[in-house]
Design a protein around this ligand. Structure first.
Ligand SMILES: [Zn+2]
Length: 364
């Protein structure tokens, strides 16, 4: 009997408390050679939601999190980068260091990774999760010290999240295709990439609206309006980058989801994604129409609501000036065609009710 393959490089001794927690959640196996308790041998399944901002990635994350056995964590890459340091708010409305889910996860991470710090890991992640990072090409041949430390720190964090939640599938809606690519290189992690796209004209229109900083409302910093050309360039690059990442995966390990299809049929979308990871759909106790956020970190402010009812946001079709739509179309036409957005123009809809707080008017 060999070592637990995913943890060949780990040097971990679990405390009794951690051990009993793992036994409770039934996620323990013993490595006889090391004589230590190790998480079981199965690769940990991670659904990675990739794509550009304001495309519904947080809503999809929350929708998947309604399923038992699935823990939807939000944008995990943000945790070591700034969420923990800045004491940002979890969807449970506690600051992350006071959240009864994330506090023990990070304590366990520091215990296992000492003397490394979460801050150092976050800086490493920021360097290695770039969209087009040539170091990943070389790292696939020879992983340097920094790459090895990144992989180990990320693997420990994901396994701690799985152990604390008792889930067999983790959802990471970090969006960055560079992170998806990096996760795919980590042993013991089985990545399923869900590429979420939204009509870029709607994204650009949404990006033109400013938001004031409101930490408790889930807006961690002031969001300044983004110029049309800026969103067009980045929307194109991020979606193209995600296409390239998906091309490296077998077909059964990735899929594309259009925001417009998701909001039209959330249950159908969730069923399709669960089928990727081999899990059955179970209708939530509170019904399929309503979603309740749990412990999502970072991502859109909608995660701070008690309940969310999904509504389609295509207000841009009536509000965005035609010339802006045309400029965006010219700049990004190949991908708009690829995603079916130039085949038919969405019908204009009446402005949504301003008074209903359950209805997300902006997507992220
Ligand atoms: Zn929480």
């Amino acid at each position: 009997m060999g070592l637990c393959e995913p943890h060949r490089n780990w040097s971990i001794e679990y405390t009794k408390d951690t051990l009993s927690q793992r036994q409770t959640s039934g996620k323990l196996c013993i490595c006889p050679q090391l004589g230590k308790a190790m998480p079981r041998q199965d690769p940990l399944k991670v659904i990675f939601i990739a794509g550009y901002g304001r495309s519904g990635t947080t809503l999809l994350d929350i929708a998947l999190g309604q399923q038992s056995g699935v823990f939807a964590a939000g944008e995990i890459t943000a945790l070591p980068r700034h969420v923990w340091r800045e004491r940002e708010f979890c969807a449970c409305r506690n600051q992350v260091d006071a959240c009864d889910f994330w506090r023990p996860v990070i304590d366990a991470w520091h215990h296992h990774q000492s003397p490394d710090t979460l801050d150092a890991h976050g800086r490493r992640a920021a360097r290695l999760e770039w969209l087009f990072d040539p170091r990943r090409l070389f790292a696939s041949i020879v992983a340097g010290k920094e790459t090895r430390a990144y992989r180990e720190g990320t693997s420990v964090l994901l396994h701690e999240i799985a152990a604390a939640s008792g889930a067999s599938v983790i959802v990471d809606s970090s969006k960055l295709p560079g992170r998806a690519s990096s996760l795919m290189s980590i042993k013991g992690i089985e990545v399923f990439v869900v590429h979420m796209v939204r009509d870029g004209r709607g994204v650009a229109w949404s990006m033109m609206k400013p938001y004031r900083r409101s930490v408790e409302a889930g807006i961690q910093k002031e969001l300044k309006p983004k110029p049309l050309w800026y969103t067009a360039a980045r929307w194109f690059a991020v979606n193209l980058g995600t296409e390239l990442v998906r091309a490296r995966l077998p077909r059964k390990r990735s899929m594309r989801v259009r925001y417009e299809d998701f909001v039209a049929d959330p249950e159908g979308t969730v069923r399709s994604i669960l089928a990727l990871v081999g899990q059955e759909y179970v209708s939530p106790d509170h019904g399929p129409e309503v979603m309740r956020p749990q412990h999502q970190i970072a991502g859109s402010r909608h995660r701070m609501q008690d309940e969310i009812t999904i509504n389609k946001d295509i207000g841009w079709t009536s509000q965005m000036p035609r010339w802006m739509q045309n400029v965006f179309t010219v700049l990004t036409a190949p991908l708009l065609v690829r995603y079916g957005y130039l085949a038919s123009v969405p019908k204009k809809q009446k402005p949504e009710r301003e008074s209903d707080p359950r209805i997300p008017r902006e997507v992220a």
